[in-house]
Write a protein that binds this ligand. Sequence first.
Ligand code: SAM
Length: 226
Amino acid sequence: MQEEISRVKRDKDQASTNYSRMSRFYDLVAGNCEKKYRIEGLRQLGVTPGEQALEIGFGTGQAIVSMAQSVGGSGKVYGIDISEGMLNVASRRVSKAKVSQRVVLKRDDAADLPFKEDFFDAIFVCFTLELFDTPEIPIVLRECMKVLKENGRICVVSLAKKEKSSPMAVLYMIARRIFPGYLDCRPIFVREAVEDAGFRTIECTEMSMWGLPVDIVLTQKVPDTA
Ligand SMILES: C[S@@+](CC[C@H](N)C(=O)[O-])C[C@H]1O[C@@H](n2cnc3c(N)ncnc32)[C@H](O)[C@@H]1O
């Protein structure tokens, strides 16, 4: 039987406040160490010119700018994040990169996506799915399924839970109990979560960040799951 993943105890207001507090120094602390996973996720997602792409939990907007460069002048990139601080930092980054014309950023909760059905070609979720509480993970993925076009792709980059926890994973979970507000991410069964939501796996890469497993899973909305 699969081990239970731990629950997220803070509420959405706390998430919004904490990430807003972290927004100005988030890149200093997490930006560089998360970079190679984000780059690999974006490579797998392979956004192309003219596409409509969405990022859930865009943070400081690094992937938004990269996707905006990939969609070119004929495509558009949308982002949704619950934190006002992150929205401000990401908006500045987008404007500095001169891609504002092709980017729409919203402050909202990804558990209820404010977009039309069958609208996106590609969705990117990087170090964000694992900070939704367990019952909400399928809700967020169902929302993604709804707004994706047939054959649309979703790439999830996430801390991954494995059958046997690494020593680093054990230490991380202890630290998380001590600082629940700041370490709200926890390892989840990434591939199982997206497949349970009805997506079909195209590619799955297993990596590690300081001994913590990170899975990068590219999946697709296939017609018979629509
Ligand atoms: C760990 S950060 C990752 C940011 C970015 N994806 C990256 O890889 O750098 C998680 C982001 O998800 C956002 N977030 C948390 N809960 C959310 C929710 N319910 N809906 C939308 N965004 C949320 C946070 O504000 C934060 O910007």
